[in-house]
Write a protein that binds this ligand. Sequence first.
Ligand SMILES: Nc1ncnc2c1ncn2[C@@H]1O[C@H](COP(=O)(O)OP(=O)(O)OP(=O)(O)O)[C@@H](O)[C@H]1O
Length: 250
Amino acid sequence: MEALELLGLGKTFGTQKAVDDLSLVVPQGSFFGLLGPNGAGKTTSLSMAVGLLRPDTGTAKIFGVDVWAEPVRAKALVGVLPDGLGMPERLTGREVLTYLGLLRGLPAGEVAARTTELLEVLELDDEDGKQVIGYSTGMRKKLGLAVALLHAPRLLVLDEPFEAVDPVSAATIRTILNRFIAGGGSVVMSSHVMALVEQLCDRVAVVADGKVVASGTVSEVQAGGSLEDAFVSLVGASTRGAEGLTWLSV
Ligand SMILES: Nc1ncnc2c1ncn2[C@@H]1O[C@H](COP(=O)(O)OP(=O)(O)OP(=O)(O)O)[C@@H](O)[C@H]1O
């Protein structure tokens, strides 16, 4: 059984084809990296994959459960860190986790214990009295990750989980994710940080113009070079801008 299976996903915004017949498979136990230049369609694809955005075409299945046909069953299996996560701004981190934990039907005692542990591990416990509105971008990212982990899902889908996160917190998140994989979980994450993807992921897909242009194990996609070189040659190196902006020189 695959952790995530996307088949022929497509989405058009007005005249802009954001995702075009995109298919990919994330095997169970895999740490899967989704790469691609700005505007390639990663966020749109991940949003359709987890039931946040309805596809124009195609299907998304989480452990064989169709996300759009059986959303309640599918969503119980997945923890999501969306891009630009909207949070209840006037609640504290603890209140957000408590509220969402209870909403997901977890017993109150379990919610309280997991909330305390997550806040501690992600070093958000110092901010315990602080409302989300006062959180930094990185703190919001960490709270989003705590929300994704709270119901102990079998699959994590994370949109740029390391963006704006300081190095110490990044190391903590890496440890949590590796432990999650070792415990039988599966992870899909989008990232622009090639070194991180090389270090963490066993499989990757490169998306450009809404299509998968390469996918496989990290070494297959690297093809003997670095992931960054492979990425640049796959999506097309640009020298635009190298000659212009002469007025910036003193
Ligand atoms: N709600 C929307 N309305 C109109 N166009 C959209 C919308 N969401 C995304 N797009 C367009 O779809 C394309 C894919 O965007 P998407 O956010 O999926 O890219 P991405 O790969 O996640 O980019 P980045 O790496 O910059 O986050 C872009 O051209 C974007 O402008």
